[in-house]
Write a protein that binds this ligand. Structure first.
Ligand code: 13P
Length: 253
């Protein structure tokens, strides 16, 4: 059985004080019961990771980074390695988020190195995939997702892939208020699971969690979670409001 997983991606939001307050509100909000049934993580900006991790250390809420660099140390100005993230208490790391792909310009080859480095460094990567609006309109969703999955995971053994979570985030649904319908999301999630079975094997594909992201809100979370291949939610905007994020966690139980 796949344990539901709800992760909040704070993106480039909050400040030191509000980030810690948000983390504390999430930790103390009715999570005690839910947390046993749902994996919960928050992904603050790099500079607040340590203070948020400290604020959450007595709770079951995990901390994730929004990005990573694939080298372990050295002359890579501005970059942050897996061991540094691990050192300050991170468990997860987003790799290939759509904003990194489409705003910053990251390609699959780089994303693959990040996924691999995260696993070697003891972190659990969340590989984000998803098509642009134009690609969906041209019926290229499966083609794009296949490329992102195959290139993103290339070279990883079965054992390593078991550490990966996939997040399907259609780019047209991110921050737009335009959620994929539960059926649209389920279709792609099922496609991704079948693809994983093809790339690895069925038991492994059945064990990997596939999250949906893109305008997830308290009022659509339960319907999305009701789909067979939707194992969790990667939440942007609504993860910045403790009440909304807590409501989404409850909807995922
Ligand atoms: P929104 O929930 O704000 O649409 O963002 C989704 C997302 O990109 C999460 O990583």
């Amino acid at each position: 059985m796949r344990k539901p997983f709800v992760a909040g991606n704070w993106k480039m939001n909050t400040d030191g004080r509000s980030g810690v307050a948000l983390a504390q509100a999430i930790a103390s909000g009715s999570l005690q019961q839910a947390s046993r049934k749902v994996t919960v993580a928050v992904c603050p900006p790099f500079v607040y990771l340590q203070s948020v991790a400290m604020a959450l250390r007595a709770s079951s809420v995990a901390v994730g980074a929004q990005d990573i660099y694939f080298e372990s140390n050295g002359a890579f100005t501005g970059e942050v390695s897996a061991s540094m993230l691990k050192d300050i208490g991170c468990t997860y790391v987003l790799c290939g988020h759509s904003e990194r792909r489409h705003v910053i310009g990251e390609k699959d080859v780089l994303i693959n190195k990040k996924v691999a480095a995260a696993i070697v460094g003891g972190l659990l990567p969340i590989l984000c995939v998803g098509e642009l609006l134009g690609e969906r309109e041209e019926s290229k969703t499966e083609e794009v997702v296949t490329r992102q999955m195959k290139e993103g995971l290339v070279g990883l053994s079965d054992e390593k892939v078991a550490a990966v979570t996939i997040a399907y985030e259609p780019v047209w649904a991110i921050g737009t208020g335009r959620t994929a319908t539960p059926q649209q999301a389920q279709e792609v999630h099922n496609f991704i699971r079948n693809l994983l079975a093809e790339m690895y094997d069925t038991p492994l594909a059945e064990s990997i969690r596939i999250l949906y992201g893109g305008s997830v809100k308290p009022d659509n979370a339960a319907d999305l979670m009701g789909q067979q291949d939707i194992d969790g939610l990667l939440v942007g905007g609504a993860s910045l409001k403790a009440d909304d994020f807590l409501a989404i966690i409850r909807a995922a139980v």
